[in-house]
Design a protein around this ligand. Sequence first.
Ligand code: NAD
Length: 488
Amino acid sequence: MPLRPVSSSDLLIDGKLAPGTGGTFDVRNPATEEVLGQAADATADDMDAAIAAARRAFDTTDWSRDHGFRARCLRQLRDALLAHGDEFRELAVAEVGCPTFLTSGPQFSGPVNDLGYFADLAESYEWTTDLGEAKPMGLKNTREVRFEAVGVVGAITPWNFPHQINFAKIGPALAAGCTVVLKPAPDTPWCAALVGKVIAEETDFPPGVINVVTSSDHALGAQLSTDPRVDLVSFTGSTATGKKVMAGAAETLKKVFLELGGKSAFIVLDDADIASACSMAAFNVVTHAGQGCAITTRLVVPREKLDEAITATKNALAGLPAGDPSDAGTICGPLISAVQRERVESYIALARSEGGTIEIGGGRPADRDKGYFVEPTLISGLDNSARVAQEEIFGPVLVIIAHDGDDDAIRIANDSPYGLSGAVWGTDPDRINKVVNGVRTGTMGINGGIWYSADVPFGGYKQSGIGREMGVAGFEEYLESKAVATPA
Ligand code: NAD
């Protein structure tokens, strides 16, 4: 099945590919501003049909109980997607503007291979736990706990890592026995729509088990949050939208699973090699133009080494310019849209007005007259109370902040509404451990450690979210438990 050239895509509803009843909307290449083609524009009626199909598939088939069949379908999907790997990778670079090197990891290969991890879990998970006998109220009973799929899942995803986030939801949800309606972000509909096409044409997923609904209208996400036929909403996106999803879900008291924003700190201890720590921090913040929720965007360095750290970070950023994402060597591609570029530029202007110094960058690259590029930027001269240190910018913008010792560094890291991720760089293991234990976030990397993997739970403390994605914990988000007792 050739995925290219793509000029339009379909919705996947109840096992059938169909155009959206709202017509189509443009898909744009953020590196060139060219219209690549059109995506199906679903309406509320299409979403209604998708939810009905998912409900029917969950309630009237044995999908949720046939663990082996689900594992087989997931492996079949993984293999079909990998067979189309080149097309999918090219598509991700064109539609998302992600640097090519990331398609060997979280922008394609990583999450597709992770489908195998979730297939294995469907088969190996202990679906029933024997609790043995007990005598509640003097009467002997045998007890067990059975684990069952939650039901219909509404999966709402953002544009920054569409494959990673789409598969980190549909993989465990389907493996757990749920049925799914996936609603991707309007900026990246094709990454999801073409997965729908592969599912329809090359796998045995029964009709309605997985539905893919692309739309230019955010209201279709809200529809998933409020519809009483949906049992769980799995959302990744901004904290502001996450709050709306939670409020929308409250009326029907559905489960919510939220992966939200971050403003993670990269802490450099005074026994660290400043140049290597700052090089790593610079690399992190420019990767995919800083459009990653877990990217460390506050560089927290010893006050007495602040000047040295600014120089080292500037030097590193100078070697990581924004460039064409289809070039193998590019680390920093474009932002996703003109709107997102305006948002990033407004934060850089805000840093200036708050008294900050732009040490490097701050504008658009002179060598690019098309595409939504912003130069890798370092801001100094502000403390952690500045808005650019508190709010998520989602661009290649690093704020450098001085600390007065390890405890102060932990305090600064935690002085944030977010708690998603973080990093520490140093040499003394006891001091490093104290920092790791003190920082209230869902993931931490030590001296460049990479936690990203199928079996590692990912998610946030505080306003970075509720619940965990990936790993056994991520699988169990899609389960209910049922306690069963029989007189012995
Ligand atoms: P967004 O919140 O604007 O949109 C995310 C999704 O929600 C889109 O599909 C959108 O159509 C939908 N949506 C919009 N309004 C809605 C509503 N009222 N109800 C239900 N759905 C609605 O986020 P974005 O701009 O696409 O993505 C960037 C944000 O996502 C950043 O804040 C980033 O930190 C966050 N993010 C978090 C993680 C994580 O795992 N914690 C991962 C990636 C991105």
